[in-house]
Design a binder for this molecule. Sequence first.
Ligand code: PLP
Length: 427
Amino acid sequence: MSGETLVQQHPMTSQSDSVLSNPFDADSFDAAVMSTYGRFPLALERGAGCRVWDTEGREYLDFVAGIATCTLGHAHPVMVEAVTRQIQKLHHVSNLYYIPEQGELAKWIVEHSCADRVFFCNSGAEANEAAIKLARKYAHTVLEIEQPIILTAHSSFHGRTLATITATAQPKYQKNFNPLVPGFHYVPYNDIAAVETAISELDEGDYRVAAILIEPLQGEGGVRPGDVNYFQKLRQICDETGVLLIFDEVQVGMGRSGKLWGYEHLGVEPDIFTSAKGLGGGIPIGAMMCKKFCDVFQPGEHASTFGGNPFACGVALAVCQTLEKENILENVQHRGEQLRTGLRAIAAKYPHHITEVRGWGLIDGMELKADTELTAADVVKAAIHQGLLLVPAGAKVVRFVPPLIVTEKEVDTALQIVDKAMAAVTA
Ligand SMILES: *Cc1c(COP(=O)(O)O)cnc(C)c1O
């Protein structure tokens, strides 16, 4: 994507524009910043609610929300107030001391989930690393497994550290980074027989399955919801064998699914789960929650310098309290229904190009037919031309993850733009 020209035909501007005429100097940016990302040729500089503006003053409806992160949208008064208050009071002290905001946030999470206790870090990958370490220590000290194995699912996404790319069962994230971390094994998603086979076949000598790390709904892997029967069977297997059930709720958690946690859609509770993206409303924070097995780590066995600092926790607590106070989950449910209904109507107009619309709440995907040339990136680019930000989830799925405060009118506008974008890419 990087380096391509994106000719703007934006409804907000009279003349069409290309990024090349943009005063933002992408060349000098690229000369100084490492080329780890394929960027769309846009430079964003301001936001309010579900809208963002680029350096040219063009307005976009934001259905990306910093990749399922800006829970309350941009420049929400609650966040402005919380950020300002906390930076003026105290922002960082380290975990050498008690941090009241950290305790308050942990209490909120414990009261609003199946968790008994929380560990704080700064990102989703780190939260999953913490869960992997906890599972391994549990395996060694409680299950007495010398060589514990963690099962993860094909098309999963768990982060970009070495352990979490190993957990991520997608070759494109692992290529050229071997040797990977030992102790992971992959199974197809939503396939219970594969889990049963793996657990029995991997039980050999010092080796045994100790944990299953899985997303209740696969986000990056194409917005694929978990199957209720599959997850209930997983829970049953874990109860019978002592294998830990770990849910990666980094993307689907914190209200995005229309329930606070993705597992609430599946009628089961995990032993451990992780959160990050939406938790701080866009301020970096990650968390690992555990039920029962909270005393596995002893002081000094796991840590994070920034993790749980007053700033991140103060802001995240304000986000959590606002979700609750303003009954935002109800909005997520209604806007999600509206979005999927509208997308299905669009899908019906393009039966040769769209196969399915699926999702929970405000994490939704529109899958394109495998046998056409059309990619999710093509649709995303066409939508950007029309003033709507979207993000692919894999090559063939267009993902919709707006701020959870999105209005009925904004969803309508987004649907109109998707319709126009589909018309443009199929013309
Ligand atoms: C984004 C994501 C991660 C990684 O989070 P980072 O904050 O980028 O490290 C892990 N798991 C899931 C399900 C995600 O969507």
